[in-house]
Design a protein around this ligand. Structure first.
Ligand SMILES: C[S@@+](CC[C@H](N)C(=O)[O-])C[C@H]1O[C@@H](n2cnc3c(N)ncnc32)[C@H](O)[C@@H]1O
Length: 302
């Protein structure tokens, strides 16, 4: 049992073992700059387990009984910073260009389903932002291209026959629970302007709860992006500020998986500090007014 409060030293060999295990489990890579953070989090978990050596902790993590602790460690290592309407120029591109293109292409094919995925959704602000923008884009689209029939009253968020599904996933159960609760503080709401607050939120005490009709568009689930089998048939994937924690080899593997998980001419949106440059030649960059996205390039056979 560890009793003293003196930090337990980690040997280079122990650090390497644990770094490799974490990388294999979830793709997160801790280089020199993040070694201190890693050591701190490992130390916390080691103490929480009442252990006194990092090798003992490694043995626990790799044992059958250690599965739960491995999950707890990964939760402690994730950075969950997020906000509503994060990276406005990119969202402007999503709203005005990408969704417009998608709606037009789908309508031409009489395919009325839209499937979006927020991969690494943290506490939910990203998928709810996507949902608000899709609702707006559909309403605006039908203002200019009226439906050939009377809209039901009260007007639904998603005009029939459209069907919108937004999958939001993360590796961290605790953030997924917060996302599912969908209740946000005044501070969280700071980037949300009043028109959106009125349309899509209910004020509950001093908090804001996402309205049921918007909430119903988003489905939350656990997915580890390190695994091979990821949700397929998406029109648009948001994976923002997740790949920065992976090394180049893992980033390449993930982008290849996203390519396979996208529908024809689907789009991938990555974070402001991330890019596909040098990682994949299977996407073309779409750039407008400081917003960037990547569209799947279709390979023509023969
Ligand atoms: C910094 S947050 C980004 C949240 C949101 N996408 C945004 O840009 O505001 C990164 C999220 O990625 C998740 N994450 C990290 N590694 C992951 C993995 N291997 N599989 C799934 N999610 C992962 C973390 O738990 C965290 O919630």
């Amino acid at each position: 049992m560890a009793t003293s409060s003196i930090p337990i030293q980690i040997t280079e060999a122990e650090l390497k073992l644990l770094q490799t295990l974490i990388y294999q489990e979830c793709g997160m890579y801790f280089d020199e700059r993040r070694a201190h953070f890693l050591h701190d989090r490992l130390h916390r978990r080691l103490k929480a387990c009442g252990l006194d050596s990092f090798y003992g902790y490694y043995r626990l993590l790799t044992s059958h009984e250690g599965k739960g602790e491995l999950g707890a460690l990964l939760e402690n290592l994730t950075v969950n910073e997020t906000s509503f309407f994060r990276n406005k120029p990119q969202l402007e591109l999503f709203h005005k260009v990408i969704l417009e293109d998608l709606l037009r292409r789908k309508q031409d094919r009489r395919d009325w389903s839209i499937r979006l995925w927020s991969a690494g959704c943290s506490t939910g602000q990203e998928p709810y932002t996507m949902a608000m923008l899709v609702c707006d884009a559909l309403a605006y689209y039908y203002l200019r291209n009226p439906l050939p029939f009377e809209m039901p009253s009260p007007k639904p968020l998603i005009p029939p026959p459209w069907k919108v599904e937004i999958l939001a996933s993360d590796i961290n159960y605790s953030v997924l629970r917060t996302a599912q609760e969908a209740v946000y503080s005044e501070l969280n709401m700071e980037p949300v302007d009043y028109a959106y607050r009125l349309r899509y939120f209910d004020k509950v005490g001093d908090k804001y709860a996402v309205k049921k009709s918007l909430k119903e568009l988003v489905h939350f689930d656990f997915h580890n992006l390190k695994t091979e089998f990821l949700p397929a048939r998406n029109d648009i994937i948001f994976c923002r500020n997740v790949m920065i924690y992976f090394d180049e080899a893992e980033q390449k593997r993930l982008i290849e998986k996203f390519y396979r998980c996208l529908n024809t001419e689907g789009y991938l949106l990555v974070g402001h500090a991330e890019s596909l440059f040098g990682l994949s030649d299977k996407f073309r960059m779409v750039h407008q007014n400081n917003g960037t996205a990547y569209q799947r390039i279709e390979v023509v056979n023969g």
